[in-house]
Design a binder for this molecule. Structure first.
Ligand code: HPA
Length: 273
């Protein structure tokens, strides 16, 4: 059973290193997307390796740092890099980082990730915003939790107001954001062409190996969630596609340029009605 001790220890370490104030929002960056925020001012910048319960392994394409500071009037905690279920076989791998966001005072978290597209019309380079997800993997981060809090409703898991604000920010930058249903794939092997066809039949628009366990944990704690996904490739077998991690990293970095423009506007307008 998860004790929360690691997140307490992380908070103490952050206070010892000069953490001054609470934060408004957390942002988790995925493969190739670490630099989607412009300069964070007065940053407290700590490598994950110093933080108990944070991901300590290495996946190429993932920076691993917690950066807390100001962007304009807003206090932001940027979690650069995540741990995936496929790295540990533990769907709770991101529980401590998300619990730390909660302890820091965040009310919302925006997850970013790379995904494959199940719909040929949504091409590599496109940006998707998650409206709902499908998780038929059998994996759930709340499996060994006791008590009634584990029965988390997942209606409206992705917050409509955050989504509206992100879409408004995207529109102001002339970037299209596609409403998408995200299907969780445990990885690390990519899907088979048959799995991609099934995903499409089941109503998925995109497939990915993160987002869902983090969303379940965040909803467990009552955090509002939004998820923005960079489409790095067509799903396996579509137009003969053979996905690769190199391509995911390369395309992720390209889409990050649009994401950065959206986040700049989103954050600058977050305290406006
Ligand atoms: N499948 C699963 N996860 C992914 C993909 C994919 O095709 N592309 C980027 N992340």
């Amino acid at each position: 059973m998860y004790s929360g001790q690691d997140s307490e220890a992380v908070m103490e370490l952050l206070r010892n290193r000069g953490l001054e104030a609470s934060v408004d929002i957390g942002i988790v960056t995925g493969t190739g997307l670490a630099n989607i925020l412009k300069e964070i001012e007065n940053a407290l910048d700590v490598p994950y390796d110093d933080l108990p319960g944070f991901p300590h392994g290495f996946v190429s394409g993932h920076a691993r740092r917690l950066v807390i500071g100001n962007i304009g009037r807003l206090r932001v905690a940027l979690l650069q890099g995540r741990s995936h279920y496929y790295e540990t076989g533990d769907p709770q791998a991101m529980r401590t980082p998300i619990e730390v966001l909660l302890r820091l005072g965040a009310h919302s978290v925006v997850l970013t990730s790379s995904v494959g597209s199940v719909k040929p019309a949504m091409r590599p380079g496109a940006l998707a915003i998650v409206t709902d997800h499908i998780n038929l993997s059998g994996v759930n981060p709340l499996h060994n939790e006791q008590g009634d809090a584990r029965f988390v409703p997942m209606n409206d898991a992705y917050d409509a107001t955050l989504r509206h604000r992100l879409k408004r920010a995207a529109a102001s930058q002339g970037v299209a954001l596609h409403d998408s249903v995200y299907m969780f794939m445990p990885g690390p092997s990519f899907e088979t062409p048959a799995e991609i066809r099934v995903a499409g039949m089941l109503g998925a628009d995109i497939v990915g190996m993160s987002v869902v366990p983090e969303t379940v944990i965040a909803r467990r704690y009552g955090l509002k969630v939004a998820a923005m996904c960079a489409v790095t490739n067509l799903g396996a077998g579509l137009e003969g596609m053979v996905p690769s991690h190199n391509e995911t990293k390369r395309m992720g970095a390209t889409v990050a340029i649009s994401l950065r423009r959206i986040f700049d506007t989103f954050i600058r307008t977050l305290d406006e009605p």
